[in-house]
Design a protein around this ligand. Sequence first.
Ligand code: OGA
Ligand code: NI
Length: 337
Amino acid sequence: MDSGVVSVPSSFIRPPHLRPSLSDQISAHDYIEIPIIDLSELVSGIRPLPIIHNIGRACQEWGFFQVTNHGVPQEIVDGMRAACRNFFGQPAAERNRFRSQNFEAPVAYATSFNPHLEKARDWKDVFYVRDLPGKCNGFDEAPEICKKAFQAYREEVQKLANLIYRAIFESLGLSSDYLDKELTGIHRLIMAVNYYPPCPDPSLTFGLTGHSDISSLTVLLQDEVPGLQVRKGDKWIGVKPLANAFVINVADQIQILSNGIYKSVEHRVVTNMDKPRMSVACFFGPREEIKIAPLSKLVTESHPALYKEVVFGDYAKNFYSQELLADRATLQFAVRE
Ligand code: OGA
Ligand code: NI
């Protein structure tokens, strides 16, 4: 778009049967939308059963929910948005200094997900910042125009993620003692700042192809421009942009740990012709060397283990060696034969 294209270049055009189809999309209405959960009590240290229960139900039925009164200070979020605008507002030459397809680079700028392997690219640019324990911490290496805000945001969002991660497993009725011993934590973070430019023809391409997230838990900050859609059966439901909220979703490792009770649900982003859209996705996962398997308490004779034990680093490697796969196909890596 910087170079003035007025139509979608062929490298972004999908084959006709894989294009966004208007007939399977539903925008969010009051009667059908992902749950919205007020976290105020949880944030203040009370562990109220109704909230824990609602989180559990959302994880089971949708794999997605939005949270309000989440404890992340407004000025931190405002600072984050400004920092993202700072990064993407730079001339292309400045952004391009960070161009890299290395999935272990501390910071990297890229177009689409895995362009060398994709038949059609996605209509987005992304700036990654990675904290991979034992390998690198991109939050110390981000450019000065966004570094401080990124660090402050990370700190607050990590607290929120820890709180929700714990609540998700509490909602399965597991005791605190058990969780202290069995939960491996979410110490690895990949932050993706997504920038979706306006698109000359949204019927030809996606902002982001349908996929499930591979880590444990994703915390997403949207702006006011719609685009994110979540799969519900054979329909795609729009996620309504809500001021002062985060979108939370269960990712693959929670599906494995919960032995399939909680769902890592497919989602995608559609483009529009008028407005750029920005989002910040924080993918929280376990350290690479951690082995993930269904929690022993959730494996019974009537509900045997659906997944085998996988080393998270191997799971991630498999994901990055392919284009984005539809139908949650990345999870096949852990399915028991
Ligand atoms: C992702 C993602 C959604 C969005 O980056 O994995 O699903 O709204 N992003 O940008
Ligand atoms: Ni995603």
